[in-house]
Structures are given as C-alpha cells and as structure tokens.
Ligand binder design. Structure first.
Ligand code: ZN
Length: 280
C-alpha cells in the first residue's frame, strides 16, 4: 500500500511549523553542545567522545541507538508515531575534525592535540564545520522525537566518522549498514557554507564537491650542474605540470558546475642529490 507522504497531505507550512515548535527554547543547549564539540575535536576514526555524546542524546530522546558502526559511527532509528507507512529517510552528519592548529581566538577554540596517522602528535580543529553538522542533526533528532505524530515514516540518523579521509561512509557500509538498518529511500546530507546567517540552500543534483587523489611520478634525466643541457630536470617538470593543470581547468569553478578542478598538493619535491647535480 502506498501512503502519500505527510508533506503532500498537509499544508507544508503547517508541518514545518509543527516540527520546529519549541526550537528557539532548545537553541541555547544546542549551542552549548556545538561549542563543546568545537573545543574538543577528534580526528578520523578517533571520534569516541563525540560518538558518546551523540549516542547519549539519541537514547535520551528514545531513538534506537547503535554505536560502533564502522568503528566510531552512531546510527539512530526512529519510527513515527503517526499511523500509516511512509518513506525511510536518512539524515547524515559527519563528526571528524582536522589536523589543523586553531587560530580563531574564539573563547571556545580548540587547544586539543591528537596522534595523527604518522604517529606524531598534532593539533586538532573543527575547521570544516562537522561540529556544527552534529549539533544541527542533534537538533533535528530532538524535534522529530518531540513531534513524532507530525510525520510518517522512519528516520535513520547517521553520525559518520572519518569524512575528511574519505573512509567513513565505506567503513559503515562495510560494517553491514545497509542490512542492519532500514534501507533509506532518500539520503540527505548537509554542510555549512558561506551563506548569510539563517539561509539554507539546496538544489537537485550535485551541490558539494568530491575529491579523489592520484599519485603522479615524473621521471627526468640526471646530469651534472655544469652541463644542464644534457639533463631533464624533474623538479622543473613538476612545477610546470602543477601550473598547466591549474591553467587548463582552473580551481575557481564552483563544484555545482560539474567540472574537474585539479588541486596539486604541494608534494615535497625531494631530489636526493647534491646541489650541483640534476636528479632523475
Ligand atoms: Zn566537511
């Protein structure tokens, strides 16, 4: 049996108003959670503190809560209190911070450090806004729980680890996410962006960017510095390649234009020779 989505059977404004009822009173607490998360960022797959906060909130609001999905992921499931079926909607927030030193001067700035992938200690910062994503989704899960009779269907709230390394979603699906939880009809992600305060932006299709990495190795021909004409300097080749890539497909196009914007990471050029010779 197909039951129309509540949004099509009620005035849309009415549903939105019901779901946001009481929200202004809850904002101070959400802000507190946000500032606490901002103060204590955690690197990819180390989000144990964040996950514990999330899980405690979900449980207190009556969500079926599962921790440790794909290492540190948390999944909450809530079925509506209204009669009838409805779609399964997945809402996602990412949780990890970045190995970056915070220099914002904010009273709740991070001074935390963590051990990075290389085993070295590194400062950590929520420089991409995942603290805000978590706080926003916690606000949503609270509103959905408090107004369960205002909507129909099932909501799956996903708090995903390791977005910054591109591994978190795969880790969760690899941990049986699609079999263990209701399979979503719709997946909605979110990301903070440079828009005016209070504005939410959406569009059909791609809105954010995606990234992939390729390792490029350039081979030159070594030689002595006194006869550069007989050598092909790979350092010059690397520098020229970076500039050509940027010129042919500049990084100034926004992701929604669906084109490739190559970013050459400043991979250290390390010719292992003396100052008088040209490397290979
Ligand atoms: Zn991000």
């Amino acid at each position: 049996m197909t039951v129309p989505h509540p949004a099509t059977t009620r005035p849309r404004g009415g549903l939105a108003l019901r779901l946001t009822e009481g929200l202004p009173d809850r904002l101070p607490r959400l802000q507190e959670i946000y500032q606490d998360l901002h103060r204590h960022p955690e690197l990819a797959f180390q989000e144990t503190r964040t996950a514990a906060i999330v899980a405690a909130e979900l449980r207190a609001l009556g969500w079926e809560t599962t921790e440790g999905v794909g290492t540190t992921g948390v999944v909450g499931v809530l079925r509506s209190g209204a009669p009838g079926e409805g779609p399964v909607v997945l809402l996602r927030a990412d949780m990890d911070g970045l190995p970056v030193t915070e220099a914002t001067g904010l009273p709740y700035a991070s001074t935390d450090t963590a051990v990075g992938r290389d085993g070295e200690p590194t400062p950590v910062m929520h420089a991409c806004g995942h603290d805000l994503h978590v706080a926003c989704l916690l606000g949503v899960v609270e509103q959905l729980a408090r107004h369960r009779d205002a909507w129909r269907g099932t909501v799956v709230a996903v708090f995903q680890p390791a977005e910054e390394t591109g591994e978190g979603a795969q880790a969760m699906t690899g941990d049986g996410f699609l079999d263990r939880f209701p399979r979503p009809d719709v997946c909605l992600g979110q990301h903070v962006g440079p828009f005016p305060v209070g504005m939410a932006v959406t569009r059909p299709g791609v809105i954010m960017s995606a990234s992939s990495s390729h390792r490029v190795r350039l081979f030159g021909r070594g030689g002595h510095g006194s006869s550069p004409e007989s050598a092909v300097d790979p350092v010059v080749m690397a520098a020229a390649t970076v500039l050509r890539l940027r010129r042919s497909s500049p990084g100034r196009y926004p992701p929604r234009r669906r084109r490739c914007s190559p970013w050459a990471r400043s991979t250290p050029v390390r010719p292992r020779t003396s100052s008088r010779t040209r490397p290979n």
